[in-house]
Design a protein around this ligand. Structure first.
Ligand code: MF3
Ligand code: CO
Ligand code: CO
Length: 270
């Protein structure tokens, strides 16, 4: 892996430049470690996605796997969130709370895993198919994945978050789908969600500057229609979960990415 030199090497500890926390080499190694573990946890959990399993069972599988590898599930207890992962089925846009819901043939489910290890967070998600899914389910999922990839490809050292949002929105719209504007990616490190906000829309050159040694997530949510979003409360939590108002499908993928002097480096790879 590439460890950025110039921004990091003049730092002694953490520094806040622009809206982004620049990490030291040691901190970047810790990010790489937790991100790889999160990706492996997601891969492991995904093997159990099938018709008949409940989202609560997926939650336990992910939590147990993390714990057995020395990591904590970051969502559990985060702002009162009651579970270890998020499971967002069909028209659930994000932050779906695992429970007694049984997955059925034809569903799509986003599983979002965030692990905490050695003081650092790794955050990644993937939309899985349950059995055989419809052509439109395949399409919205494919576009969400490619939108995330376009966003990551738009990352350059000293570029901006607007570059990322522009690329995501351009690709998604051109494909006939719609991005969610209200929720997006985020800076990540010792803090689960930190600055900057990483939008799924925007203008090139606008937004926050991307600095080598910084880490962000790229996690566009892609919808079939431009219907409103409905927010739903979670008891005793300040986190909300979101659905499409017209119950059409929404899909999402997420990687945690290190910004290097050469460009983006995806950290959440198994
Ligand atoms: N993992 C989600 C993200 O990508 C955040 C989940 S917060 C929770 O940012 F509390 F809902 F778990
Ligand atoms: Co996530
Ligand atoms: Co995230």
């Amino acid at each position: 892996m590439d460890i950025p030199g110039s921004a990091g090497q003049f730092m002694t500890g953490r520094a806040k430049l622009s809206a982004m926390t620049v990490k030291t080499k040691d901190e970047i190694l810790k990010m790489a470690k937790v991100c790889k573990l999160a990706a492996r946890c997601l891969e492991h959990t995904g093997k159990f996605v099938r018709a008949g399993i409940t989202t609560d069972e997926l939650d336990k599988i992910a939590n147990d796997w993390g714990l057995s590898h020395g990591a904590k599930a970051a969502p559990l207890g985060y702002k009162g969130y009651p579970k270890s992962i998020c499971t967002s089925v069909n028209h659930v846009i994000c932050h779906g709370v695992p429970g007694s819901e049984v997955l059925k043939d034809g569903d799509i489910v986003n599983v979002d895993v965030t692990l905490l290890l050695d003081g650092f967070h790794g955050d990644t998600s993937y939309t899985f198919f349950v059995g055989e899914v419809s052509e439109r389910a395949k399409k919205v999922t494919e576009i969400a994945k490619r939108a995330m990839e376009k966003g990551i490809e738009a990352i350059t050292p000293f570029g901006t978050t607007g570059d990322i949002g522009f690329a995501i929105n351009k690709f998604t719209t051109k494909s006939g789908f719609f991005v969610v504007e209200e929720i997006g990616g985020h800076g990540i490190g010792r803090v689960f969600h930190e600055d900057p906000f990483v939008p799924s829309f925007g203008k090139k050159g606008r937004g926050d500057r991307l600095l080598p040694g910084g880490c962000i997530t790229v996690e566009p949510m892609v919808n079939e229609t431009d219907a409103d979003m409905i927010d739903h409360a979670i008891p005793n939590s300040s986190i909300q979960w979101y659905t499409t108002a017209d119950k059409t499908l929404s899909a999402q993928f997420e990687h945690t990415v290190l910004i290097t002097e050469k460009g983006p480096e995806i950290l959440t790879v198994p």
